[in-house]
Design a binder for this molecule. Sequence first.
Ligand code: AMP
Length: 211
Amino acid sequence: MRIVLLGPQGAGKGTQAQRISRETGAKHISTGDLVRAEIKSGSELGQSIKDYNDRGDLVPDEIIIEMMKPYLDEADSWILDGFPRNESQAEALDKMLTEIDAELDAAVALEAPDELLVERLSGRRTSEATGNIYHVEYDPPPEDSEEDPGPFVQREDDTEESIRRRLEVYHEQTEPLKGYYADRDILAQVDATQGISEVTDDILESVEKSP
Ligand code: AMP
């Protein structure tokens, strides 16, 4: 299984990718996680991409492609979360797939209105210990530290200004990719306003149905 998860920030790409990975064994490749890990490492590259991340702008294509490339042929089965984010990245992905003689099975777009996304993002918390994602109201972090010791932190780019910028970038640059994959008959659209397990079921069903 090789799938791309498209969708705006807050639609639940990370949460769903984690769940599908657990259920199917496919590797979860999140370019946002790679970016945050690089920044956290304090490397020169990390410092050079921190401003893009914090502002909610895209990191330059060449940097992001170099960062994620090694992970693509590491596993036969994967879910890409947060890549591609524009047409030139989609073309780069096609090229990388040709090089490893592989094909994309489906591009699944998670759909939700902006108002809901802002609400979800501002309440989002991530466990520093496990990387698990929670929401202060809808899916609060567990109180039992054996389940997840936390701490549960808010992302640097989950500020109101950055959230607005990221949604703008999504609509301008990433959303047109739905057309890119629809033209190849591998686009599936899933209603991401549903409950977490319903969304997972719909994604798995749409991947099974894909040609
Ligand atoms: P995410 O966790 O997917 O929301 O990504 C967080 C941030 O990492 C984005 O706002 C960008 O600054 C950067 N980033 C992640 N994936 C990409 C990508 N495919 N292209 C460019 N920048 C990216």
